[in-house]
Design a protein around this ligand. Structure first.
Ligand code: TXA
Ligand code: MG
Length: 301
């Protein structure tokens, strides 16, 4: 199968409706999309990604109103969150409607839903007229893709089309927020911070505790082939042993990175056969919760 990189939305919609997988741009990372409602499509996604079957998929919606058909009941915080953060990089975990297939939710009684803000993703969703399921469009365990070329690296010849929406603006995956308990809590940190959600809801969020609540968080993730190590201000800087990255310009002489290009740099390190990537954790980076979460996971933590 030839994988085509194209901006043709009509073709992407047609392929999805025929049961094929299409990689799509979102504002966070590219997604590996399939049509909602087909167990064969879900199985195909798990197979192509090499994803463990106990890690459920996110449903993407094209209108806020689509959410109500997917969930069992609406907690009071839902309307406020939809008003403030949809469309955008926030995924909500809610009790699923009875008709949602357990193959989609990995047998959990809950469902993950988000409405992407990328104009091409929204246009596609509205053209298809149905929700789309989409995990990040990377091989399981690899850094998420933030450009069409990154998707091609992982899935060339395995999917018919990548809808090209240019580089993703945010560059790391959405914040995952559970609304299952009285106190909402963050299961995966992202660009929408705990503080931002607390401001909007006018309440403190709960803590997700020690147990794994978001199945995806237990796997080693976001990891390149290169070894990734963290270094701190008192460590000597191993400039001659590999690449040294620092958040923006925290460390002089290092390669600067930010949310947007972090995954791209990890992929580039692999293409250039860099064996060791050192990430300088200075005082500014140490406060970037979402990025620190990805960095720790890419280092195997
Ligand atoms: O930004 C994003 O969220 C991207 C774009 C493509 O939308 N998608 C993404 O999907 O990152 P994925 O499948 O790579 O990550 C989804 C995360 C996983 O950690 C998964 O375990 C969690 O959401 N998740 C999905 N359904 C869940 C549920 N019912 N309960 C708890 N966590 C859930
Ligand atoms: Mg992922």
């Amino acid at each position: 199968m030839e994988t085509e990189i194209s901006k043709n939305i009509d073709k992407a919609a047609q392929l999805l409706n025929q049961g094929h997988l299409v990689a799509i741009p979102t504002e966070t990372v590219y997604g590996l999309a399939g049509l909602f409602g087909s167990i064969e499509t879900y199985n195909q996604i798990y197979e192509v990604k090499g994803r463990p079957s106990d890690n459920p998929l996110i449903v993407h919606i094209g209108e806020k109103s689509w959410i109500y058909d997917l969930i069992d009941s609406a907690p009071t915080s839902l309307e406020i969150l939809l008003d403030h953060f949809f469309p955008g990089p926030l995924t909500l975990i809610l009790k699923k409607a009875y008709h949602i297939s357990p193959s989609l939710t990995a047998n959990l009684p809950t469902i993950a839903i988000r409405m992407p803000s990328h104009p091409l993703a929204l246009e596609l969703l509205r053209k298809v007229g149905h929700p789309i399921v989409a995990p990040s469009a990377n091989l399981s365990g690899c850094p998420s893709p933030t450009r069409a070329e990154d998707v091609l690296e992982d899935f060339n010849g395995k999917i018919p089309m990548i809808l090209d929406g240019g580089p993703c603006q945010i560059g790391i995956e959405s914040t995952v927020l559970s609304l299952l308990d009285n106190k909402p809590c963050i299961l995966r940190p992202g660009i929408i911070t705990e503080e931002a959600i607390e401001n909007v809801l006018q309440t403190k969020l709960g803590s997700s505790g020690k147990e794994v609540l978001s199945p995806g968080m237990k796997y080693r993730h976001y990891a390149p082939k290169a070894k990734v190590s963290l270094i701190y201000p008192h460590d000597s800087v191993p400039f001659s042993s590999g690449w040294v990255l620092s958040f923006e310009n925290e460390l002089k002489g290092a390669i600067p990175f930010n949310h947007q290009n972090f995954y791209q740099l990890l992929r580039k390190a692999d293409r250039e056969n860099i064996s060791h990537v050192f990430i300088f954790v200075g005082p500014i980076l140490s406060k970037e919760k979402a990025l620190m979460n990805r960095i720790q996971k890419s280092a195997g933590g």
